[in-house]
Every structure is written in structure tokens, then in C-alpha cells.
Design a protein. Structure first.
Length: 153
């Protein structure tokens, strides 16, 4: 698979929005997977209408004339003070999983963060998404925090 990574373009909108459905893997049973995908779509839509305040970026992986993956990266302030890079979404089309697309997209996000002068790149994934958790660990990411939720009657 000949994969190219580049900044997102308007013509990628439909493919990027379709990839957002991949972001529901491992979502907690008390969360609405449709709402998770829709929230991601709404956030990603902002990158198709850039504004002067836009600090982040979305990159797509393309192969054989189509989008096979995407990553969004932005900045946020850690509660201890430093500004860090943050991956909001990373999704790879099912037929492109385990082909190196995810690694290439992560590397692109890391390069973006370095160009911003940032020292840390963070991300979150669903606790039940064991595939993603193993992937992130295998490429050098370490768990930093664990969030607990209790469903109230």
C-alpha cells in the first residue's frame, strides 16, 4: 500500500466524517456510541472552516486515491500548567489497519507538535479499546491517568 500523509482538504470531508464512526470502538456501555461519533464529527468539521484562532491541524493518509486514515492534533494546557499537544482523533479505515497507517499518522502528529515547540503529546482512548491501548503502548506512549465513572440510579 503506497500511503501519503498530507493536511486535510475540503474534498476529504466526507471520508474524514465517515472515519469518525471508527472512534466508537471500546466505548463504555453506558455511553451512546452514536453521540461519540457525532461529537467527533462536529469537532472535525471546524477544520474545514478554518478561523484565525485555529491552532490545530488534521492530517489524512491517502492510498489508491482515497482517504484511509486521519489524525487531528491540537494544543491544550495540562492542569499543571504546560501547554501540550493533544490528539483528539486517530482513525484508520478497517481495510488499512495493521499496514503502518496509524504509525505514520502518529509520527506526523508528533512532528507537528515538535514544530510547535511542545515537549509532550497526549491522547485518550476508551478503556475498552484494547487494540488501541496495545498499539499506543507499542509505539512508546505510556498511561498517565485513569478515569473512573459510576452510573448513578
Amino acid at each position: 500500500m503506497n500511503v501519503q500523509i498530507r493536511p486535510v482538504r475540503e474534498e476529504d470531508r466526507d471520508a474524514v466524517m465517515e472515519l469518525a464512526s471508527q472512534l466508537t470502538e471500546g466505548v463504555a456501555e453506558w455511553r451512546d456510541p452514536g453521540a461519540v461519533a457525532e461529537a467527533a464529527r462536529q469537532w472535525l468539521a471546524g477544520f474545514f472552516t478554518p478561523s484565525p484562532e485555529q491552532r490545530g491541524a488534521v492530517f489524512v493518509a491517502t492510498a489508491d486515491g482515497g482517504v484511509v486514515g486521519m489524525v487531528s492534533v491540537n494544543t491544550h494546557r495540562h492542569f499543571t500548567g504546560p501547554v501540550e499537544a493533544y490528539i483528539g482523533e486517530l482513525a484508520v479505515a478497517p481495510h488499512a489497519v495493521r499496514t503502518g497507517v496509524g504509525r505514520r499518522l502518529l509520527s506526523t502528529a508528533e512532528d507537528w507538535a515538535r514544530r510547535q515547540g511542545l515537549r509532550h503529546l497526549t491522547l485518550e482512548t476508551a478503556a475498552g479499546n484494547t487494540t488501541a491501548r496495545r498499539f499506543y503502548a507499542a509505539v512508546g506512549y505510556r498511561e498517565e491517568a485513569v478515569r473512573f465513572t459510576r452510573v448513578l440510579d
